[in-house]
Design a protein around this ligand. Structure first.
Ligand SMILES: CC(C)(COP(=O)(O)OP(=O)(O)OC[C@H]1O[C@@H](n2cnc3c(N)ncnc32)[C@H](O)[C@@H]1OP(=O)(O)O)[C@@H](O)C(=O)NCCC(=O)NCCS
Length: 343
């Protein structure tokens, strides 16, 4: 390893321009490599969390690395517990294999441990060999396979958007009940109670939050989803778009997350998707670069109904990290809920 002099410190708003430039240079490797445009605000990615911190590695000529962590309250085995989520690890191409990610990772780990989380976790794209090797070399264990399913709006069958009602604050309680009922045995569910769901949604104001929608049968709310246009946070560019990605050539994709979502059974997932697409078609902001994005555990039967529609799955591995020195317990033995904010 060549010696490289750098120091790790907490990021400040003054680092924004340098971080945007660094991020643009850090292609995330995988079978389909992607790059991101995070302008105008690198830190917008962290705003959905109540508690987060970004560390940077600074060399003689400027910033060469970054990494972030958020402390979240999530359900594990049905109990709300504090969990540390590690994300946004990037090192400038010319500074790689010189221990920069390791230095940033040490700072993140020390800070995370000071907050006393019960577990830590990270998500890595399948095929991202540098990152997969890095996290496993530092003791993280692969726990679950997950997917982010991307659906082109023009390929989702029609449904009647008039069946949808825009939900207001008064609907948060039944919407939370639906989302929790669908995912109550899922680890990492990030809204242990209604207040925490409300807190999350309020943080998305100004970050592309379109609103919460629901549909009813016999006068009762039976399904719901939020539409979160992630493009104010980041746009995704597929490099070398071929095959199923050919249509994305030259486009910056706008991911629209369905979150939170609650529905009965796997046909409900398909219904939520059709209704979300129907709603998106009505929005003046909708355009052909919009892609509906549904994250889920690969083994989750609840989302099996989505397989009938054409989709492009991006695969991730969830890694668990023992930050408390007590192991990660049964975390990983159950399905997980993939939080859109973690992607
Ligand atoms: C993943 C990444 C952050 C690693 O940064 P880095 O500063 O080069 O990592 P380090 O020098 O601290 O590497 C520590 C160890 O990780 C593993 N590793 C890092 N890069 C690797 C590679 N290209 N191939 C195989 N192993 C690798 C090795 O075990 C390495 O130890 P070694 O160099 O002694 O063999 C960097 O490659 C990167 O920014 N990639 C693009 C963005 C990205 O994919 N981020 C992760 C998103 S989840």
């Amino acid at each position: 390893m060549t010696a490289l002099s750098f120091r790790v410190r907490q990021a400040t708003p003054a680092d924004n321009a340098a971080l945007l430039a660094l991020d643009r240079r850090c292609v995330v490797a995988a079978a389909t490599p992607v790059a991101f445009d995070r302008s105008p605000d690198f830190f917008a990615r962290s705003q959905p969390y109540a508690c987060w911190r970004v560390f940077v590695a600074e060399g003689d000529a400027g910033l060469i690395g970054v990494g972030a962590m958020a402390l979240k309250r999530v359900l594990i085995g049905g109990e709300p517990i504090p969990a540390a989520y590690l994300y946004d690890l990037r090192v400038a191409p010319e500074a790689r294999r010189m221990g920069v990610a390791g230095g940033v990772g040490d700072a993140l780990r020390a800070y995370a441990q000071s907050l006393e989380p019960a577990i830590g976790y990270a998500l890595v794209r399948e095929g991202n060999v540098p990152s997969l090797t890095f996290v496993q070399g530092r003791g993280s264990r692969p726990l679950r396979s997950c997917a982010l399913d991307l659906f082109r709006i023009d390929q989702v069958p029609e449904d009647d958007p008039a069946r949808l009602r825009r939900l207001g604050d008064a609907d948060l309680v039944p919407a939370h009940r639906l989302a929790l009922a669908a995912h109550q045995d899922h680890d990492l569910f990030p809204y242990p109670n209604v207040a925490e769901l409300g807190d999350r949604l309020s943080r998305l104001g100004g970050l592309g939050w379109e609103g919460l929608y629901g549909w009813e049968s016999r006068g009762r709310l039976t399904g719901c989803f939020g539409l979160w246009d992630y493009s104010p946070v980041m746009r995704m560019r597929v490099l070398a778009p071929e095959g199923e990605w050919a249509w994305a050539a030259g486009r910056d994709l706008r991911l629209i997350f369905l979150m939170p979502v609650g529905f009965p059974g796997s046909e409900g997932a398909a219904e939520a998707l059709r209704l979300a697409a129907a709603r998106m078609r009505l929005l003046p902001s909708s355009d052909p670069t919009c892609v509906l994005a549904v994250p889920h555990d690969l083994e989750d039967e609840l989302y099996a109904g989505l397989a009938q529609y054409q989709r492009i799955p991006l695969r991730f591995t969830l890694f668990g990290l023992d930050l408390a020195g007590t192991g990660t317990g049964s975390f990983g033995s159950r399905l997980i809920f993939m939080d859109s904010a973690d992607l």
